[in-house]
Ligand binder design. Structure first.
Ligand code: SF4
Ligand code: SF4
Length: 293
């Protein structure tokens, strides 16, 4: 089975629209939305949820009031200001703010009254769904929850297992933007990365970082310059500079307001229009297929 992951140096470059277009073009594939911090592939692919599971990425502290003596040790030691002292007519009372708690466990370890529970906390849910384009594995992380790298690894593992079980030969992942932990979790062990950028100075800066990242993990990378015609000079510069570093082009995609219209209609650009932009993406997809071998 081959795995291609679409990433970008920053959000908003058109990464998810491109993944949705690939979903419409590829045959017999599994889709994974690894952009768990801002998941939106489901908005275009209209998944029907088949199963859902809780995801627990770490532990959180909580104070058992009946055991707490109000000594304040937890408040003193928490480096994240997650323990607050409340005014109480019966003496001092302490509570943990679950959003601020980083799950280090120090307070539970040092509480002299063993009054702090330190247990796995549910931080989101993940889903196995069906879409008109094939099975999709995706997730919803709770508000202010972290551990998205762990969740990404879980989604990819589940998608791979499903692909093997069902005999699928291709996995297409919508990776996370940036170069942090969730992106690393999105691309490690993949066969190919497609990096989407825009022809802007920040696009050039971000693509340098993405090229470094893929190079570090020795994953072949193809570059896509989206909306290249809004600034052909910088598009040329990006292609030239990355080309000097051995990066091959997947292709260029022209600017077309039809992309936004397709999103509003909750469909892929390929199905929305057979115009020139669809031809750009079809050509780009052929290059991806060729690179996957
Ligand atoms: S350290 Fe334990 S006993 Fe002391 S205030 Fe905190 S929870 Fe209560
Ligand atoms: S587990 Fe760590 S972060 Fe959470 S309240 Fe205790 S000391 Fe603070």
């Amino acid at each position: 089975m081959k795995e291609v992951v679409v990433i970008s140096g920053k959000g908003g470059t058109g990464k998810t629209s491109l993944v949705a277009a690939f979903a419409a073009l590829a045959e017999r594939k599994i889709l994974v939305d690894c952009d768990v911090d801002a998941a939106d592939l489901h908005l275009v692919l209209n998944p029907r949820i088949g199963s859902r599971e809780d995801f627990s990425g770490g532990k959180k502290a909580s104070i058992m009031e009946e055991r707490c003596t109000g000594c304040g040790r937890c408040h003193e030691v928490c480096r994240f200001d997650a323990v607050s002292s409340l005014a109480d007519p019966d003496g001092r009372r302490f509570v943990v703010n679950p959003i601020a708690c980083e799950g280090c466990g120090l307070c539970a370890r040092l509480c002299p009254a063993e009054a702090i529970r330190f247990e796995p906390a549910v931080s989101g849910q993940w889903f196995l769904s069906s879409t008109p384009y094939g099975p999709m594995v995706h997730a919803r992380l709770g508000i202010a929850q972290s551990n998205s790298g762990k969740l990404v690894s879980l989604l990819r593992r589940e998608a791979r297992e499903l692909a093997e079980k069902e005999g699928f030969k291709l996995l297409i992942a919508d990776g996370s933007p940036g170069i942090g932990c969730p992106v690393i979790a999105s691309i490690t062990g993949a066969d190919l990365v497609v990096a989407v950028t825009e022809p802007t100075c920040s696009g050039l800066h971000d693509v340098r970082r993405v090229v470094d990242l893929a190079g570090h993990f020795r994953i072949p990378l193809l570059l896509c310059i989206n909306k290249w015609d809004i600034n052909p000079e910088i598009a040329d510069r990006i292609e030239q500079e990355t080309g000097q570093r051995g990066v091959r082009m997947a292709g260029r995609i022209r600017y077309d307001p039809a992309v936004t219209k397709a999103q509003i209609m909750k469909t892929t650009i390929i199905e929305y229009t057979g115009g020139a932009i669809s031809a750009d993406i079809r050509a780009l997809w052929r290059n991806v297929v060729y690179a996957l071998g």
